[in-house]
Design a protein around this ligand. Sequence first.
Ligand SMILES: Cc1cc2nc3c(=O)[nH]c(=O)nc-3n(C[C@H](O)[C@H](O)[C@H](O)COP(=O)(O)OP(=O)(O)OC[C@H]3O[C@@H](n4cnc5c(N)ncnc54)[C@H](O)[C@@H]3O)c2cc1C
Length: 306
Amino acid sequence: MSFDVIVVGEGIAGLAAARDCARAGLRTGTIEQLMFGGLVTSINELVDWPGEGGEPRSGSDLAAELITEAADAGVESLGGSATGLEPADGGRLRVHADAGTYEARCVIVASGAARRPLGVPGEDAYAERGLSHCADCDGPLVKGADVIVVGGGDSALQEAAVLAHYARTVHLVHRGTAFRARPSVKALFDQAFAGRADALQVHWQSTVSALEGDDGIEAVVLAGPSGPVRLAARAVYPCVGLVPNSAWTGLATDAGGAILTDGRLATSLPGVFAVGAVRAGHGGRLVDAVADAALAARSVKESLQC
Ligand SMILES: Cc1cc2nc3c(=O)[nH]c(=O)nc-3n(C[C@H](O)[C@H](O)[C@H](O)COP(=O)(O)OP(=O)(O)OC[C@H]3O[C@@H](n4cnc5c(N)ncnc54)[C@H](O)[C@@H]3O)c2cc1C
């Protein structure tokens, strides 16, 4: 199948880019390996993205709105996982996916990022058995229990704020000596624990060194400034950063695997652009992802002269 533009990834950046390309009259296809929406589908209350009348908005609502706009604009959703990208004859590009091979005049890489694992031995065995990536989804299951959130950035404080409504104690484990969250996220966090200071324990300069439990997580061992500390806990929420989903592209990246782009969001392969969390220099917020999408769609139009 042949397209003007293929967008890989139906996260917020990819959906917005595909919609904008299709609205410009370009035949646009998207490839998505899981479900549309990407990282924010698990977030009930987005920060820095208010809904109508300033009401909080959920990530899945935003994603649903964008996929509807993309479909209305004529975007063709192809599904599958993209596995490779290469130049083809006549200045075109070929995208290999497990569901087929597609050709396009331009490609927008919007494959985002995956959550970084804790790096603790035996971690995989606790997936879905206490290790969680969605406080909004399973908060009610830890009602009255002690839980651990690992990290000190936006997503750690966002998850902790959600858990403040359910857990008896939220242990926030951070390797640094200060939080790195944006003021809007810090405000949400402070509000969640206002009047419940006893429900929060921050463990500075600490990391998780072991997970314990036979039938799911029962305890966590921390390595900290005063030696190992063992905490009873029912669930652990790792928020220790993201790893760009770029390996499949073969494009030039920085040392952390984020795709290098120029001021037009062009990558090392002519005709290929990158947007959102997969690229080096992404601002980190949804507004940045959507701004990237608009710029990449403009760059695609310029390069196709339409
Ligand atoms: C826990 C958390 C909470 C956040 N909350 C907020 C918030 O409240 N407000 C805010 O402004 N920002 C928030 N962010 C940041 C925001 O999520 C990102 O800026 C934005 O989602 C990036 O979107 P993206 O489309 O670039 O990437 P992603 O959301 O990662 O989407 C990438 C998509 O590509 C797909 N994909 C990956 N590889 C392939 C492949 N090979 N083939 C096909 N498909 C592929 C993935 O399945 C995914 O659907 C949050 C981030 C996290 C982690």
